[in-house]
Write a protein that binds this ligand. Structure first.
Ligand SMILES: Cc1cc2nc3c(=O)[nH]c(=O)nc-3n(C[C@H](O)[C@H](O)[C@H](O)COP(=O)(O)OP(=O)(O)OC[C@H]3O[C@@H](n4cnc5c(N)ncnc54)[C@H](O)[C@@H]3O)c2cc1C
Length: 308
């Protein structure tokens, strides 16, 4: 195995790239194991309108390309592979990617989360063109329009209430006869005058030509098929954190997200976490970036204590 790196950053989205900028500027010569789909979730979107510092909307892939170049400018090295395992029981730690083990004095995990999709025939075709997973990010485009939300958990309630401030009417399609969400969130939705719920209803496909114009759904009790006219379908059936490869090495919360204490520290000293992989609450590029900054500073300070 090669000499240990000061820090290996796993993940090449907003959190990982920000950690890379801070770690490389701190002369830690980080290796970023950026994943086989580098850039993270913003690669899936078109215009990002809420990232500070851009007075005009910027395309998600362009933002991520510039972000990565910024990290490379200060010396961060990249490997566009998935980490398949880490060993956190001995120091230096080991991160394995593409069958090769890499030793590291410190690790920052920034592997993000993946939105769950319905698997509809036209879902991916309309992604960003009326099919969305983030009301906070994309809801603004549907001011005074009618939109559809799918889901019945807390994510769906949050997305719906965010959209209720923007859209004219919202229809929630839920496959069961009651919400799984907490009662307080569900009540807020059910009492809202501009929100209606179609219970026991599953979406069968998204309709449209170049953009979404409707959805086709089916009532699971009557088997009746319906078509709803809508400008957008917000898929709000939850997120899955990308923590599978860490399971037996770092403590996870019951929902699968990484457990952190004291800002960015994981259950193992010397291993830090940032972004959506540990944050199921905010899930924004700017909060992930902030987490990446914090994790790099925490790693730098922790490494300094190890040298004394
Ligand atoms: C369609 C869409 C639109 C959005 N629009 C906005 C918006 O307009 N504004 C906003 O603020 N937020 C937006 N978000 C949310 C934002 O993208 C996320 O909050 C943010 O990207 C989280 O950053 P992250 O670095 O924590 O994780 P991610 O962006 O998920 O990046 C994680 C990275 O880790 C990599 N990875 C995963 N597993 C491994 C592994 N085993 N080994 C190595 N690498 C791995 C992934 O390939 C990915 O590159 C949007 C999200 C989506 C899905």
């Amino acid at each position: 195995m090669s000499d240990p790196r000061n820090v290996i950053i796993i993940g090449g989205g907003p959190a990982g790239l920000t950690a890379a900028i801070y770690a490389s500027r701190a002369q830690l010569q980080p290796l970023v194991i950026a994943g086989t789909i580098p850039g993270g979730q913003l690669m899936l979107t078109s215009h990002v309108e809420n990232f500070p510092g851009f007075d005009e909307p910027i395309l998600g892939p362009e933002l991520m390309e510039r972000w990565r170049k910024q990290a490379m400018r200060y010396g961060a090295e990249f490997l566009d592979e998935d980490a398949t395992a880490i060993s956190a029981t001995e120091r230096p730690f080991t991160v394995t990617a593409a069958g090769t083990p890499y030793a590291a004095r410190a690790i920052i995990v920034a592997t993000g989360a993946s939105a769950k999709w319905l698997g509809l025939p036209n879902e991916q075709k309309f992604m960003g063109k009326g099919v969305h997973t983030c009301a906070q990010c994309d809801g603004f485009a549907y001011k005074n329009k009618e939109v559809v939300v799918v889901g019945g958990g807390d994510t769906a309630m949050e997305e719906t209430l965010t959209l209720a401030k923007i859209a004219s009417h919202i229809t929630i399609l839920h496959r069961r006869g009651e919400f799984r969400a907490s009662k307080i969130m569900a009540d807020r939705v059910l009492q809202h005058p501009n929100i209606r719920v179609l219970w026991n209803t599953v979406v069968e496909d998204v309709l449209g030509d170049t953009r979404v114009t409707g959805v086709r759904a089916r009532n699971t009790e009557t088997h009746e098929s319906i078509e709803l006219t809508t400008s957008a379908l917000f898929v709000a059936i939850g997120y899955a954190p990308n923590t599978g490869f860490l399971r037996d090495q770092l403590a996870l919360r019951p929902n699968g997200y990484l457990e952190v204490q004291q800002h960015t520290r994981t259950s193992v000293e010397g291993i830090f976490a940032a972004g959506d992989v540990e944050d199921a609450h905010y899930r924004q590029a700017v909060t992930a970036a902030a987490g990446g900054c914090m994790a790099a500073i925490d790693a730098e300070r922790w490494l300094a204590t190890q040298e004394n």
